[in-house]
Design a protein around this ligand. Structure first.
Ligand code: ZN
Length: 213
């Protein structure tokens, strides 16, 4: 998988979100596959140190298992999005099953929201970035906005060193970039090394970090 998404791909899928607005020095950090107790609270702590906001694309199963952490993410001012209930690969899943699974994740998340809050921006990110056109269309009809990314840190790739992952990010960031990290066991080792570096580097360069709207 390429670290930076080629322009042609963005042109082919104009209705998917690939970047934030490019006008300001803002980065959009995103964390997929949580919430999990061994990783997500650590991420929240790092973000808190820099007053950074981010977007967490949660797996429904994990929200059901760890609703307290899910609520903590929201209470700390971050945005949450849908990453299906059981991390389905859209290319290998029927349209009906994919939609049902994603709606099940939405229902789980709605049931676990902190009291007095509601979903304002139903965001959806397909696991593995793999989604059929017809699945994407159906989700858009359900009101979801499909969020892809500008840059993949490849933190989940255990054959890569943390230094290489960090370079992937530093070499490719532009104002408005949407960057993928994972708050998961698989990515933990690399992510825990590179996230503090990314926060420090871009804070010092005058960037701020926001959740997706
Ligand atoms: Zn994922």
């Amino acid at each position: 998988m390429r670290e930076r998404i080629p322009a042609i791909i963005k042109w082919i899928y104009p209705r998917r979100i690939w970047d934030g607005p490019a006008g300001e020095k803002v980065l959009y950090l995103t964390f997929d596959d949580g919430p999990v107790p061994q990783v997500t609270p650590w991420v929240l702590e790092q973000l808190g140190k820099y007053n950074a906001k981010a977007t967490f694309f949660c797996i429904g199963e994990n929200v059901e298992r760890y609703p307290e952490i899910f609520r903590q993410v929201i209470k700390e001012g971050h945005v949450v999005g849908n990453h299906t209930y059981s991390h389905l690969n859209g290319w290998k899943t029927s349209v009906e099953e994919y939609i049902q699974n994603s709606l099940q994740a939405r229902e789980t998340m709605e049931n676990e929201l902190p009291q007095g809050t509601e979903f304002k921006n139903p965001l959806f990110r397909p696991p593995y970035g793999r989604i059929k056109n017809v699945q994407a269309k159906r989700l858009q009809q359900e009101g979801f906005r499909i969020v892809m990314w500008s840059i993949v840190s490849r933190d989940y790739d255990r054959t890569l060193s943390p230094e290489k992952c960090l370079q992937n990010v530093l070499n490719n960031v532009r104002p408005g970039s949407i960057i993928v990290f994972h708050d998961s066991f698989k990515a933990e080792k690399n992510m825990k090394k590179i996230l503090p570096e990314v926060l420090k580097h871009y804070k010092n360069s005058g960037f701020c970090f926001k959740g997706l709207k």
